[in-house]
Structures are given as structure tokens and as C-alpha cells.
Write a protein that binds this ligand. Structure first.
Ligand code: HEM
Length: 406
């Protein structure tokens, strides 16, 4: 006799007392039921994939669609607003995905991004100078998120896109709402519309005088030649602006906190700065800040590890679980800044949608972490762990604020 039980909800909360850890359910599922059914907030269900090999198989197979308009796509509980029209290429399939992504690939190539390293260092140094002037010792704490983790990636992506950084209050407030799991759908939709209107206005201004920046080049090379529309330029801006600062900002905050709590690893990196590149890969693996995705919908009946996923069924692909898979990463729950295969993580996804901004994120993380270790060797949290507001309410994990002193 078959006993039917309702699927458990998608696990998103870290285990109690371990704010760094991915949901505890992942480890059990990897062993007992690596492809399992989960329920979503609206009562619908989807598959949840938790093993590294299955996750690479799903993300590497274009029969799993990223298109949120395909019936069965598991939208429930996802953040970013309900927009299905004019969505960025992250939510499209080939050939449209390939055509649009190609228009900006060169902007994020390793060589191009490496050339930005001195500018990223300059921005980081200036923000660190300001932190020193504020002096965390006397003021009882400086918020590292506000002082450094958010402004570095935000300034860099604003500069690259040609978005006025003076408007950062606007786009940070709105993207914060878009990525919240806990605000009402209506409020999130209102934020999406406000961001769309802001970017619409910005693109109109830039059409009159396109600058030497990504949006300017898209207008001159693609929009004026009729390959994309005004709205599509705005969709590029929205995707790159949101993806370009929220993610890296949270990785900076979490990484800084981890290293403050692990003086042995921090000391090692301070002595051998050459290890920082590898340490950044390990921090990306360890934290895996995308906590409830990516997501896909099957467009054909596909067998994954003996499980039949039928056309029209949704899949939540838990990269945070794949990165703790013991069959790939020995002693996976331990942070090892010298781990030899850390770079095999899937924190940037896998397959055709693999993160476009990964080279940029890497340089930003390497510069900021290296600079913090060098300039603030005695930095420590100014409050106990249970007073740090961890982002359990957001799709991208991290800390809302991180008070530090030195
Ligand atoms: C530590 C920081 C970052 C993490 C962990 C991260 C993670 C990810 C992941 C997991 C995906 C795949 C989504 C999917 O398969 O559906 C992705 C895609 C993407 N990321 Fe990032 N990202 C980071 C930083 C950035 C930055 C700095 C940018 C700058 C523009 C960026 C732009 C993008 C874009 C445009 C896509 C869509 C690619 C496509 O669909 O072809 N990301 N990112």
C-alpha cells in the first residue's frame, strides 16, 4: 500500500544557531531522496534537486527551460516581481537567450574585468579611508555592509552601466524590495514598476546622449541598428543592476564575517596573499548565497538519476546543497581556504546561464577581502552573532547589517 504524504515545504531557513549553514534538510535529502517533491507557498509543488551531479545534469540540459512564461515554471515564492513581459535574458531560452547574452558578453570577459582591478582597488581604498576616519573603536561600531560591502559593487556596476551613482538610494531600496521573500506581492510589484519607470527614464536620457558605457554602447550598437528596443535596453539595465550589486555585496559581508571568526585562516591569507584567489572560490562554495534556486521547468520528459521529470514540471535546483555534497567536496561543511577543488563549486550556476558577471564578482571579492585583511587586521564583530540581522527573509542570503569594530 502506498502511503501518500504531502510534500514538505521548500527548505530555506538555516539551522538554528548556525546562521552560516544552508538549510539542514539538504544533507538528509542528498542521501535519502536527492530528487524530492516540495511544496511552494501557493500550494503548488516542484521537484527539489540536492545532489551535485544531478544539479549539473539539470543546469547543463537546455530541455530544462529558464522561461518564466512556460506553463509549469515554479514561480511561487520566487522574488523579483511577477513580470513576464520584457524580462531579462536570465529568464529566456535559446535562441533569444544566446542572441541577447552575446550583446554584453565581451563587457564581462576576464581580460576586460582584470583591467578594472586598479579602479576597484581605488574605490575600495577610498571607502576604507572613510571607515578609518569614522573610527569603529570610538563610535562603538561601523556597519560594514553600508560602509563597504554594498558601495563597492554598487559603485562599480553603476560606473560600468552608466547609471548615476547618486541614484543609488533609489535602486538599492527598490532591488531590496524585489529580492524580499517576506513583503506582500503588491508591494513587490509596486517596486518593480517604480524601478521599471526609473530605468525607462534613464534610458530615454541616455538615448539623447549615449555615454562610453554598457548602456550607451547597447543604444548605439544594438538599439539604433534595430536589433533591440528601448524596453529591451531597460531590461538589460534592470538585470545587470540587480545582479551586479546585491549578490557580491552579500558575499563580501559574509566572507568578512567568516574570516573575523576564523583568525587562523585570516592569518594565513594575510601572510600569503597569493592564497586569496583560491580562498574566494572556497568562500563562494561555502556560502552559496542563492538559497532557493535557480529554477527551471522541464520541456520534455527527462530522466535524472532514475527519476522521471515530466514535461511541464518545475524544478528548484539547490546550488547551496550541491556545494556541500561530500561526494565532491571532502569534509564539505568545513571552510578550508586551501581546498584544492573549491573552484568546482556551482555558486555561479552551470551551463548556458552560468553567471555572466563571475569574473567581476571574483575581482571585487579578491580586492575587498585582501584590503580588509591588510588594513584592518584587528577587525571584529561589534555585536554577538544573535544580534546580526541575517537575511533569512531574502532570496539572496547574507547580512542586512554587520556592525564591526577594530
Ligand atoms: C558573488 C556574486 C554572484 C553570484 C553568487 C552570482 C550567481 C549567479 C547564478 C547562480 C546565476 C545563474 C542563474 C540561473 O542559472 O538561472 C547567475 C546568473 C547571472 N549573473 Fe550572477 N552572480 C554574482 C554576481 C554577478 C555580478 C557582479 C553580475 C554583474 C553584472 C552578475 C550578472 C549575472 C547575469 C547577467 C546572469 C544571467 C546569465 C544568463 O542567464 O545567461 N552576477 N549569477
Amino acid at each position: 500500500m502506498m502511503i501518500s504524504t504531502a510534500p514538505a515545504p521548500l527548505p530555506v531557513e538555516p539551522p538554528s544557531g548556525c546562521p552560516f549553514e544552508p538549510p539542514a534538510e539538504f544533507a538528509a535529502l542528498r542521501t535519502a531522496e536527492p530528487i524530492s517533491k516540495i511544496s511552494l507557498p501557493d500550494g503548488s509543488w516542484a521537484w527539489l534537486a540536492t545532489r551535485y551531479t544531478d544539479i549539473r545534469a539539470i543546469l547543463g540540459d537546455t530541455r530544462f527551460s529558464s522561461d518564466t512564461t512556460v506553463p509549469g515554471y515554479p514561480l511561487s515564492g520566487m522574488t523579483g516581481g511577477a513580470a513576464t513581459e520584457n524580462r531579462g535574458f536570465i529568464r529566456r531560452d535559446p535562441p533569444e537567450h544566446t542572441r541577447l547574452r552575446r550583446m554584453v558578453t565581451r563587457e564581462f570577459m576576464v581580460k576586460r574585468v582584470e583591467a578594472l582591478r586598479p579602479e576597484i582597488q581605488r574605490i575600495t581604498d577610498e571607502l576604507c579611508d572613510a571607515m578609518e576616519r569614522a573610527d569603529g573603536r570610538e563610535r562603538g561600531g561601523v556597519d560594514l555592509v553600508e560602509a563597504l560591502a554594498l558601495p563597492v559593487p554598487s559603485l562599480v556596476i553603476s560606473l560600468l552601466l552608466g547609471v548615476p551613482y547618486d541614484d543609488h538610494d533609489i535602486f538599492q531600496r527598490l532591488t531590496g524590495k524585489l529580492l524580499s521573500r517576506t513583503i506582500a506581492d503588491g508591494e513587490r510589484e509596486a517596486a518593480r514598476i517604480e524601478l521599471r519607470d526609473y530605468l525607462d527614464q534613464l534610458v530615454t536620457t541616455k538615448e539623447a546622449a549615449p555615454g562610453d558605457d554598457i548602456l550607451g554602447r547597447l543604444i548605439v550598437e544594438q538599439q539604433r541598428t534595430g536589433e533591440i528596443t528601448h524596453d529591451e535596453v531597460a531590461a538589460f539595465a534592470a538585470l545587470l543592476l540587480i545582479a551586479g550589486h546585491e549578490t557580491t555585496a552579500n558575499m563580501i559581508g559574509l566572507s568578512a564575517l567568516t574570516l573575523m571568526r576564523d583568525p587562523e585562516s585570516a592569518g594565513r591569507l594575510r601572510q600569503e596573499p597569493g592564497l586569496i584567489r583560491g580562498a574566494v572560490e572556497e568562500l563562494l562554495r561555502f556560502h552559496s548565497i542563492i538559497r532557493n534556486g535557480p529554477r527551471r521547468v522541464a520541456t520534455a520528459d527527462i530522466e535524472i538519476d532514475g527519476h522521471l521529470i515530466r514535461a511541464g514540471e518545475g524544478v528548484v535546483v539547490a546550488v547551496a546543497s550541491a556545494n556541500r555534497d561530500e561526494s565532491v567536496f571532502a569534509d564539505a561543511d568545513r571552510l578550508d581556504v586551501c581546498r584544492p577543488n573549491a573552484q568546482h563549486h556551482v555558486a555561479f550556476g552551470y551551463g548556458i546561464h552560468q553567471c555572466l558577471g563571475q569574473a567581476l564578482a571574483r575581482v571585487e571579492l579578491q580586492v575587498v577581502i585582501g584590503t580588509l585583511l591588510r588594513r584592518f587586521p584587528t577587525m571584529r564583530p561589534a555585536v554577538p552573532d544573535d544580534e546580526i540581522p541575517f537575511r533569512t527573509d531574502m532570496a539572496i542570503y547574507g547580512c542586512h547589517a554587520l556592525p564591526v569594530t577594530w
